[in-house]
Design a protein around this ligand. Sequence first.
Ligand SMILES: C[S@@+](CC[C@H](N)C(=O)[O-])C[C@H]1O[C@@H](n2cnc3c(N)ncnc32)[C@H](O)[C@@H]1O
Length: 378
Amino acid sequence: MGDDTDEGYESIVSSTSGQSCTTWAGIQGTLADPREKESKEEVIAKIDALYESGVPFFTKRAIRALSDQLKTKTTPGDKIVTEDLTGASIEWKVKIGKSIELIFGEDCPENRKECVYSEAGVGYRSRSMLKQSLDWYGVEDTAYEPLSLTYRICRLDPNSKTRETIPDDLENIKDRETVTKDFQEKFQVWEESETCAHFKSILSSEVSGHEINKIVGLACGSLALPNNEQATNQTAVLVSVRNWLKEREKKDDISCYIQDPMNTSVDREVLTDIGFEMIDDPRGWLEIDERSVVLSVAPNVPVKEIIADTARPAVVIWNRVPDEDTDSTDPDTARVREMMAGYKLHEFGDEERWADVAIYTRESKVAPVPRADGMFQN
Ligand SMILES: C[S@@+](CC[C@H](N)C(=O)[O-])C[C@H]1O[C@@H](n2cnc3c(N)ncnc32)[C@H](O)[C@@H]1O
């Protein structure tokens, strides 16, 4: 059933990283069965109590349920249903294809652009973000829901009679040949570096007995967009892990994935050429398991919190976890530290670009088994 009325959006967020600027509209979910109104203080106390009692905020079951619905419910008016931390059902309206007018910059007629809700994405709210949302939006129906629905907003081509959209960053995307050549040159330099030799020696000595069959890169950024230095560095590390693993396992077919919503169609081609499949959020979280090597540096999503709740990869390469909580888009928290207690830290090296990043290898060779609710206990 179609539904032409647009109830609007809750927030418009520009996701910027120095590489790209993508616009996302956060939409409001509503409780299927309204509950009694609670004060902000009551909600905070309940969120803290849920966290401290060990209730997982992110589960593969919930992410898979949402992922499945995103694939099948694509008509405006369809309803996507999620379950919050209290077990209540939250309903989200599908908006794909609906029009929306946005003002880009100062409010004047030329800056008013007709846009459209494009593909759906998933928003992830850690414990601290759930609490911050109370300051921004008050106590909403989604107060206890770490997963949310967002939509990529694309501008409509004013010259198109068939409502074609203008791809984000169209004029900035480099062509496949240029990107491949640039990556291969930098990869060679990295492969011949001392840091890379040190990195591979850590893998060989620390996880020689671990079963590993998958490599997942998260939030690396785009190789095809400008300012791709970090994307290049991080992708190069992933390719080195693959080469190391291929040699160790004496086989070619290692599953290698990269997830970053910023990636373009040129990234897809270049990544395929170097043996990596570009996957859509939220598949990355579902792929990560005890036989995985995961890399994630400075993500815009709470990667550490999601993984602390859902998996114990053999190796994680991410920003060093300090002894106290940090508040960022990828916060360091008690759960993350608890996970890290089962890992050994190795420094990446002295190079500036790796200064904040550490390599963590799982102490236990044997893959830990999650509890019935999917959580892990160290
Ligand atoms: C601050 S940038 C960091 C990029 C790069 N890793 C670096 O070190 O510069 C944050 C990245 O997180 C990505 N990101 C946002 N949501 C994501 C998601 N759900 N899964 C994977 N990456 C995501 C963004 O697209 C962006 O490339």
